[in-house]
Design a protein around this ligand. Structure first.
Ligand code: FRU
Length: 467
């Protein structure tokens, strides 16, 4: 289909569906969500000429995965976002089944997107191209087409380029599946973004002491934090363990040292980035003031799209809040980006026995809770957080199976920072040493009720709407 006919369809979908979607009671007040249709991965996250740009995988035509567009937002402060014209439309043969995920760089000052052109054939066959598009004076993106086809030794599952500059060269990490159907991350180098040389596999099943570790790794990201290299990736096909790898697909990281020339990444164990029900495909960027920010999709591929009530109103999924990353003893610490404090209304403080606490309005709110004692927190009658002295348990009913499911964290709890929006919760444990992110659809009006006969200390802020 031509670009203009795809854009016409998208426009029709937005114009006819946006009012209904905007009125949805589960529409976020301060998280990013698609105007209509389906959003998944954040893409092309960058601070460029002082302004943040955030692109996203978007199917404007349905609440289902399909031929993906790149939507585009920008912001001066990570809080108030502006819609920009659609950046990429899957109109060409080399991207016929989607302008899939990728990243953005400033190439001689020009905002440049590197993304995967996804092509599917009959009988499940597929290929992928890594493609370039450059911003023009009108703020639109001119496609330059593929700069790379499939490398030898891999299936059609090669995608999600994350590109950065180091010294004289551009580098890229790519998610891949080898011919033995094992997931890998590839490292490539280029002098000009056009010509790419494969340096080697830097992580994956069978490498660096890692045993069987999934059949495909998606959305890699590699960056330096506190003198170490961190590789974020999303392995698919890990078997669930009692308290790990409980979502359909995982998202986590390795910390180590990368020898760029040898493509040798000596790394430690894989750690999950988030322990909640919905978190996938994170992407990071470096800010002008020296921070590393992360934003992720608050969803999981092959999740329960059919069972999310927002689908009735023509939209589905949100992103997480932007988070600041630090490395502490080899572990990533995540905290809500400091800019989000601008959303805080007047603070209320409360201390006492948990069951005597007032009922809190959690439509859009931030709650800081300090306790070393057992308690139970009921979010909107459908999400239960329990601290029992060793395990923190988050319980939710699975809408598909009707069964209760749990996500857990184990340790000594001191403090929780809970960021609530109309249909999501992000729970930062002990100043961000672990996080649980989840969508939920509370009984309205959304309220938080505490139970338990031990003391808790709370600070509460209502958060302003900003999207
Ligand atoms: C991850 C992912 C990527 C792909 C994109 C397609 O959620 O499957 O690997 O590029 O989504 O929308």
């Amino acid at each position: 289909m031509t670009e203009s006919s795809l854009l016409k369809q998208a426009l029709h979908s937005v114009i006819s569906g946006q009012l209904r979607a905007a009125k949805d009671p589960y529409r976020p007040g301060w998280h990013l969500a698609p105007t209509v249709g389906l959003l998944n991965d954040p893409n092309g996250f960058i601070q460029h000429n002082g302004r943040y740009h955030l692109f996203y995988q978007w199917n404007p035509l349905a609440c289902a995965h399909g031929a993906k567009f790149w939507g585009h937002w920008s912001s001066s402060d990570l809080v108030r976002w502006r819609h920009e014209p659609v950046a990429l439309v899957p109109s060409e043969a080399f991207e016929s089944h989607g302008c899939y995920s990728g990243s953005a760089v400033a190439d001689n000052g020009q905002l440049t997107l590197i993304y995967t052109g996804n092509v599917k054939y009959s009988q499940g066959r597929r290929t992928a191209f890594q493609c370039l598009a450059r911003e023009n004076a009108a703020g639109q993106f001119d496609k330059e087409g593929p700069v790379m086809g499939l490398p030898d030794g891999y299936t059609g599952h090669v995608r999600d380029p994350k590109v950065w500059r180091k010294g004289e060269h551009w580098y890229m990490v790519l998610g891949a599946q080898d011919l033995n159907l094992k997931g890998k991350v590839l490292l490539l180098r280029s002098p000009d973004l056009q010509h790419w040389e494969l340096l080697g596999e830097i992580a994956g099943t069978g490498l660096n002491g890692l045993g069987e570790f999934g059949y495909m790794w998606e959305c890699p990201d590699l960056f330096t934090l506190d003198d170490h290299e961190v590789l974020i990736c999303c392995p698919q096909g890990l078997a669930a363990q009692s308290d790990r790898y409980l979502n359909t697909f995982q998202s986590g990281y390795f910390v180590g040292q990368l020898d760029y020339d040898k493509a040798d990444f000596q790394h430690g164990d894989f750690s999950e980035l988030d322990l909640g029900f919905e978190f996938y495909a994170p992407q990071t960027t470096h800010t002008d003031d020296g921070r590393r920010l992360l934003i992720a999709w608050m969803g999981v591929p092959d999740g329960d799209e059919l069972f999310q009530p927002t689908v009735q109103n023509g939209w589905i999924h949100t992103l997480t809040c932007p988070r600041e990353l630090e490395l502490n003893s080899g572990k990533i610490i995540q905290r809500p980006a400091r800019e989000l404090q601008q959303l805080r209304g007047p603070q209320e403080a409360w201390q006492g026995i948990a069951r005597d606490a007032p009922v809190w309005d959690i439509k859009h709110a931030e709650i800081e809770l300090e306790t070393g004692h057992p308690f139970e927190a009921d979010f909107g009658g459908c999400l239960l957080l329990q601290w029992e002295g060793e395990w923190l348990r988050l319980t939710r009913k699975n809408r598909r199976t009707g069964l209760s499911e749990q996500r857990v964290w184990r340790g000594a709890l001191r403090k929780l920072t809970i960021m609530c929006d109309s249909s999501s919760i992000e729970i930062f444990i002990n100043d961000g040493s672990a996080v649980m992110s989840s969508r939920y659809f509370p009984v309205l009006p959304a309220q938080l009720i505490f139970r338990g006969d031990r003391q808790i200390t709370l600070r509460y802020w209502p958060l302003a709407d900003c999207v």
